[in-house]
Write a protein that binds this ligand. Structure first.
Ligand code: FBP
Length: 547
């Protein structure tokens, strides 16, 4: 396989790790823990894994002989830069404990465990993938591991391969399921430990114990590079407004981080929209007013960042989608009989007044998306809605009205972008390469210490890597009860953008200045070699949160 010069040089990069992991370690148990909420319920549901102490690994002068052990690993959900380094760290860790230990990767996500699809990960395979982006070493998938039958089927192959520990690398849902699996295997004395690792570019798996999910750092840096490039283009030609949608299924952490890195004219934060109960029209008016003010100063250009999940945070849209879901589920046959050209009018005539008016105000394409393309569960596929086009069309319409009224004197011409897949498999930044390798290595230490139901944790990551703290957090500690598909379930709390948190406050303090003036920052591409202030900076979000 032909490799780029960077790939070849990058393969030799040695990730920086916490000082404790450079020698033999001892596990130091901290205080016993409680779940973040609903303690009685969670305790009842996890009798074998509830309340365990936080673990920290410290340097030990005693090198203990560990028995050889087979370990399995699964990549779950969307790709995130650094996944291969988690596996490399895990591999090096179990080999350091005993050279005869073996690592098996389950193919294409949790489904590989259930369907018994796996491959042994040997040193030559691992070396091929060190410091590379992507999940292609073993692939990933979105099969949910949640049923007893799946757990039992998985146990068959774990027994066959003599695997004593399983590491699940995933987001909040996958780690919740990892914990349920840990509890189940412990309850039946299966002899299999389960350890989780925090992954997702969305950055929404974080809490008091987990500073960040891996991949967020690299993905945001890739998007910020491109946003910076667009801003320079935009500032050079001074003729376009760029509407840029950024990935992040639900939370707006990516949009916020990119705004902090690039200082765009506008960035919408979904959590604020929900908190302020903003309508689509209010969002459009907010954008149009900035466009008009900049135009009045002769600046017919600008940038707008839009989080992918925005639509579902607009309370009125949420209500419209809910009514549409119910209505179309009940009247599916009747709806399909109606001529395409008449479907829109039909829906407008059937919805309640508020929803009908909102639906009628939507551009044709978006309205069609809402009523036609549904997922297998009958839900609107909101991620397919081109929010960037929806907003720019509505802004354009409003500005045309204002032009007639003499309130807008400029030109408005829009370009659209969606950045998501471009960043999910990028070569991990130094931060992610180091963080991921350390998470994987720490997972091996948790396994060696006999732990199960823990998430690998590496903290203090705004300090130099030497000072990072490796350990493990009981997953039950991060859980609360939430309604999911009509049932109360124990889940890890999803971390949305906190409006009283330092990153949002830093953005809110500056956004008016960025809106009217042109304060663009051009972060440039991720640098893998060079001075530490260029190569090793964590995200602004993390720096502000930890300050
Ligand atoms: P994870 O939460 O599984 O890490 O995935 C996040 C994500 O990248 C979202 O940002 C995005 O909405 C979604 O995956 C896209 O999913 P898919 O890869 O299935 O198209």
């Amino acid at each position: 396989m032909t490799k780029s010069a960077l790939q070849i040089a990058r393969a030799a990069y040695l990730p920086k790790v916490p000082a404790a992991l450079k020698s033999a370690v001892k596990a130091v148990d901290g205080e016993y823990t409680q779940s973040v909420a609903d303690q009685d319920d969670i305790k009842k549901l996890f009798p074998n894994t509830y309340g365990m102490p936080v673990v920290t690994f410290e340097k030990s002068n005693v090198v203990k002989e560990m028995p050889a052990m087979n370990v399995g690993v699964i990549l779950s959900g969307g790709q995130a830069p650094g996944g291969h380094n988690v596996i490399a760290g895990l591999f090096d860790g179990i080999k350091a404990h005993n050279a005869a230990s073996r690592l098996y990767g389950f193919i294409l996500g949790p489904g590989g465990l259930v369907d018994h699809k796996y491959k042994e990960l040997t040193a030559d395979i691992i070396d091929e993938y060190r410091n590379t982006g992507g999940f292609d070493m073993i692939g990933s998938g979105r099969t949910k591991l949640e049923l007893k039958e799946q757990f039992d089927k998985g146990l068959e192959i774990l027994k066959e391969l003599d695997i004593k520990a399983l590491v699940i690398i995933g987001g909040d849902d996958s780690n919740t399921n990892a914990c349920v699996l840990a509890e189940y295997y412990k309850s039946i004395n299966a002899g299999v430990q389960v350890i989780g690792c925090p992954k997702t570019i969305d950055g929404d798996l974080k809490n008091a114990q987990i500073e960040t999910s891996f991949g967020f750092d690299t993905a945001c840096k890739v998007y910020s590079e491109v946003i910076g490039n667009i801003q320079r283009d935009c500032n050079s030609a001074q003729k376009y407004w760029h509407f840029i949608k950024l990935m992040g299924r639900s939370a707006s952490h990516i949009a916020l981080e990119c705004a902090l890195q690039t200082q765009p004219n506008i960035c919408i934060i979904s959590e604020e929209v929900e908190e302020k109960n903003m309508s689509l029209d209010e969002i459009v008016t907010y954008i149009a007013e900035i466009v008009a003010k900049r135009a009045a100063a002769g600046n017919n250009f600008g940038t707008v960042l839009i989080p992918e999940g925005l639509i579902e945070f607009v309370p009125a849209m949420k209500r419209l989608i809910a009514e549409l879901n119910d209505f179309l589920a009940k009247h599916d046959a009747e709806f399909k009989m109606i001529k395409k050209s008449e479907q829109r009018a039909y829906i407008i005539s059937k919805l309640t007044k508020e929803n009908s008016e909102l639906y009628a105000s939507l551009p044709e394409g978006v309205a069609r998306q809402l009523s036609l393309d549904r997922d297998p569960h009958g839900n609107v596929q909101v991620s397919l809605i081109e929010t960037e086009k929806l907003l720019s069309e509505m802004v354009g319409k409003k500005l045309a009205e204002w032009k007639n009224e003499g309130k807008f004197v400029g030109k408005f011409s829009a370009q659209h972008h969606f950045f998501g897949y471009e960043g999910r498999c990028a070569a991990p930044s130094n931060y992610d390469a180091d963080y991921c390798y350390s998470l994987g290595y720490t997972a091996s230490c948790l396994i060696a210490a006999g732990k199960t139901g823990y998430m690998s944790s590496v903290r203090n990551t705004t300090a130099p890597a030497d000072q990072w703290i490796a350990g493990g957090i009981p997953v039950t500690m991060m859980m609360n009860m939430e309604r999911r598909h009509g049932e109360m379930k124990p889940v890890i709390q999803k971390a949305l953008v906190k409006l009283d948190g330092a990153p949002f406050k830093a953005f809110a303090a500056k956004r008016d200045e960025w809106a009217l003036n042109t304060c663009y920052v051009y972060p440039g591409p991720i640098q893998y070699f060079g001075p530490t202030e260029v190569c090793d900076q964590p995200t602004k979000t993390l720096q502000l949160e930890q300050a």
